[in-house]
Design a binder for this molecule. Structure first.
Ligand code: AHR
Length: 491
């Protein structure tokens, strides 16, 4: 028997909806064959795949990062504007392919408008110059009588694109990155990029390039860029064939966010910086099966991955004061919840918790008290590349609780990591009571390895109603499941 206790007065902070952000990169079939598929009967006349757009809308993505990823470090954005037939086809060195440039800045912005999401552009700090980054901001946001603003108008966009979020390079620390740098060299370069970009449009918000939140790189970069940036990024992917390592590894994100919080506060204090700096967790997901420069990264997700993904979201909620933006990598085909072929698409297991969380989680995060059995991960089967075996023991139930501003609606996201047994649980409210039945949206399946495929949506969502009695309810969370529980409260 487990117990979850909720006190509506114990508020942790506000859940920023931008943690439900997404990411699309010129990689494999993410853009071409995913988002954009010219000539396909499933696409509109501009080339946007309408079935993908529809599925993506279900995820309520508030912010979308583009064009990379590693791709951006060799990308010259000017190749991707103007008449499509005249755009150069180029060798692409991040993923060893060719880039047609038929999808570029204007197509990306148009897609963001269709999806109802804010564009977030990461600039090229590998082969790209400061001048190019400056011109990109001016092309997108310029209102003056200048060459770049005029070029945008000439390309059919009289009004500025108003791109608010800009990233200062991607994973500039990694030897796999085109133009990788030491932390010190990155800081020097990024400061200059930041200056010209902000001078061009002082309303933009900048994201400094971080690593894992726990690396020396992060400390040097946050200290060096604190006066210039609004966010520091983290990328952590986890995953393992070992069930326990796979479902518990997302707790690494919890540690990373706590470490970042401390580093950022220290830098702000020491440098007397008044503006807030938050974490943009701008790449995250389960990813360990399909790796390598030419693999296309078409990871197939199983039920245990859906549990891991829901745990990440819970971690973001519990650290809502630190992380304000998070971008699932990626949106379609490439380590993604949506998977296409020429005839259609299917929704991977991870789509369901993502969709349910984005739809049902509320704006205020509460500090849920959880009392349940635990699991100790004393040995860990390679949860690439991050280690959590020194953390824990971990509650078998991972829980986030959110309510609306008035305290009349409550949502719990409960991940039951017990692979074998359902967990009978009492949910107790401290000073309020339930009103009517609650709704439980359940994602579970035959076993942790269950996957979905075209025409075989094995793992989906079951909806059931849950009786409440005054200030408590009882519910049995199925083995290996994610449950989003939504209840109304008497105010
Ligand atoms: O999302 C796939 C890749 O993972 C991105 O291109 C890169 O930024 C990260 O290493």
């Amino acid at each position: 028997m487990a117990r979850i206790k909720i006190d509506l007065d114990r508020r942790v902070g506000e859940l920023d909806r931008r943690v439900f952000g997404g990411f699309i990169e010129h990689l494999g079939r993410c853009i071409y064959g995913g988002v954009f598929d010219e000539g396909s009967p499933l696409s509109d006349e501009r080339g946007y795949r309408l079935d993908v757009l529809e599925a993506a809308k279900g995820l309520r993505t508030p912010i979308l990062r583009w064009p990379g990823g590693n791709f951006v470090s060799g990308y010259h954005w000017t190749d991707g504007i103007g008449p499509r037939e005249e755009r150069p086809r180029k060798t692409e060195l991040a993923w060893l392919t060719e880039e047609s440039n038929r999808f570029g800045t204007d197509e990306f912005i148009e897609y963001c408008r269709l999806l109802g999401t804010e564009p977030y552009i990461c600039v090229n700090m590998g082969t790209g110059t400061m001048d190019e980054a400056q011109a990109w901001v001016e092309y997108c946001n310029g209102t003056g009588d200048t060459y770049w603003a005029d070029l945008r108008r000439k390309n059919g966009h009289a009004e500025p694109h108003n791109v608010r979020y800009w990233g200062l390079g991607n994973e500039m620390y990694g030897e796999w990155q085109i133009g990788a740098l030491s932390a010190e060299d990155y800081v020097k370069k990024a400061r200059e990029f930041a200056k010209v970009m902000k001078w061009t449009d002082p309303t933009i918000e900048l994201v400094g390039c971080g690593l894992s939140g726990l690396a020396d790189w992060d400390r040097v970069v946050i200290e060096g860029l604190a006066p210039f940036v609004d966010y520091h990024s983290i990328h952590i992917y986890t995953g393992s064939d070992d069930y326990w390592s796979n479902v518990l590894a997302p707790h690494q994100a919890d540690r990373a966010l706590r470490a970042m919080h401390a580093m950022i506060e220290r830098a702000r204090y020491e440098q007397r910086i008044d503006h807030p700096i938050h974490v943009a967790y701008d790449e995250w997901n389960v990813w360990f099966r399909e790796r390598g420069q030419t693999s296309g990264l078409e990871e197939r997700y199983n039920l245990s991955d859906a549990l891991a993904v829901a745990t990440y979201i819970n971690v973001f909620a519990r650290n809502c004061e630190t992380v304000k933006i998070a971008n699932l990598a990626q949106m379609v085909n490439v380590i993604a919840p949506i998977f296409t072929n020429e005839e259609g698409l299917f929704l991977q297991t991870i789509y369901h918790p993502l969709r349910l969380c984005a739809e049902h989680m509320q704006e205020v995060v509460l500090d849920a008290h959880v009392d349940c059995e635990t699991h100790d991960l004393s040995t860990e089967a390679s949860s690439w590349p991050h280690r959590v075996s020194d953390m824990g023991p971990f509650d078998l139930l991972d829980v986030s609780a959110t309510c609306d501003a008035t305290g009349s609606a409550l949502t719990l996201v409960v991940v039951n990591r017990d692979p074998d047994r359902a967990t009978q649980t009492t949910i107790q409210l401290a000073d309020s009571s339930f009103e009517g039945d609650a709704a439980a949206y359940e994602v579970t399946g035959k076993d942790p390895g269950s996957i979905n495929d075209f025409g075989h949506p094995t793992v989906g969502v079951d909806e059931r109603s849950v009786q409440t009695t005054g200030s408590s309810l009882e519910h049995s969370f199925p083995a290996c499941s994610v449950t989003v529980l939504r209840a109304r409260l008497a105010t």
